[in-house]
Design a protein around this ligand. Structure first.
Ligand code: DGL
Length: 281
């Protein structure tokens, strides 16, 4: 038995972890932010795959039978290869899940107009993972995408709270809405963006709903564990009360602790770890 691993390029996945621990509090969790190498958004397919692969191997070394890639960019660029090529060789009885599929499965249900907007990193948009996955479940849905490369830096630095960041927030919303005036649902397809949700809503008509992924991913994981008792039985946790949470970062732990609360909604105490590439396997 072992904890659930939750991975992100940096802090963003803490917004997902926060929903996971709210919905499934009894499990043990390990969070890893690859802060030393964030952001992943502008990086190539090969680089994101190599980094994410290292992280997954690290989680397996920690005894995690299940790893959630709580990063859209890693889910878009690394998940399929890891599931297809690495898992069967490393640990066929382990599972690695992403955040794009569970979102794609239900996003069509939110829209009345049949036009959905996706805001995400450049990497996620270029991968076209959202339109591809969504069309498997909602073939007639119109999916419009907009990359927002300035948002992760604005969020990580805390600058998004300053009114001087307004033009940078509006810029991408305007570009998205210019693509279709029928969009009535906007998905925040990057785990950092929930911090911007309030600011984003300020600039949108009330008729457009803004969806973030935390609760979607948590509901989907609960469902998954119900359908897969063989995985559920291997996830550790206490039978009553809250399970354990361990926070790790590839960069400075003191900086992580200072910034993480904004994303997680509670203070955390992290430890620094190194991702050692291919060693140990
Ligand atoms: N958290 C990542 C995501 O969900 C974005 C941050 C980054 O660019 O590393 O796509």
């Amino acid at each position: 038995m072992g904890p659930i691993g939750v991975f992100d390029s940096g802090y963003g996945g803490l917004t997902i972890l926060s929903s996971l621990v709210r919905h499934l509090p009894r499990h043990d969790y390990i969070y890893l932010g690859d802060n030393a190498r964030a952001p992943y958004g502008p990086r190539s397919f090969e680089t994101v795959y190599a980094y994410t692969r290292e992280a997954v191997r690290w989680f397996f070394d920690q005894g995690c039978p299940l790893v959630i890639l709580a990063c859209n960019t890693a889910s878009a660029k690394a998940l399929r290869n890891i599931q297809q090529y690495d898992l069967p060789v490393w640990a066929p009885d382990h599972r690695v899940l992403g955040v794009i599929r569970p979102t794609a499965e239900i996003i069509g249900g939110y829209s009345k107009s049949g036009h959905v907007g996706i805001l995400a990193t450049d990497g996620t948009v270029r991968s076209a993972s959202y339109p591809m996955e969504i069309h498997k479940f909602f073939p007639d849905l119109h999916v419009w995408q907009q990359a927002c490369p300035l948002w992760v830096p604005l969020i990580e630095t805390g600058e998004y709270l300053d009114p001087s960041s307004d033009p940078f927030i509006r810029k991408y919303l305007d570009s998205l809405l210019k693509q279709s005036s029928l969009i009535d649902t906007i998905l925040l397809g990057c785990t950092h963006y929930p911090l911007l949700a309030q600011r984003i809503r300020q600039f949108l008509p009330a008729s457009i709903q803004v969806i973030d992924q935390g609760d979607i991913v948590a509901d989907s994981l609960r469902d998954y564990l119900e359908r897969h008792p063989e995985i559920r039985q291997r996830i550790s946790g206490v039978s009553a009360g809250a399970g354990s949470r361990r926070f790790c970062t590839t960069d400075r732990a003191d900086v992580f602790d200072r910034e993480a609360a904004r994303f997680f909604g509670a203070t955390v105490q992290s430890e620094h770890i190194r991702l050692s590439g291919e060693s140990g396997w």
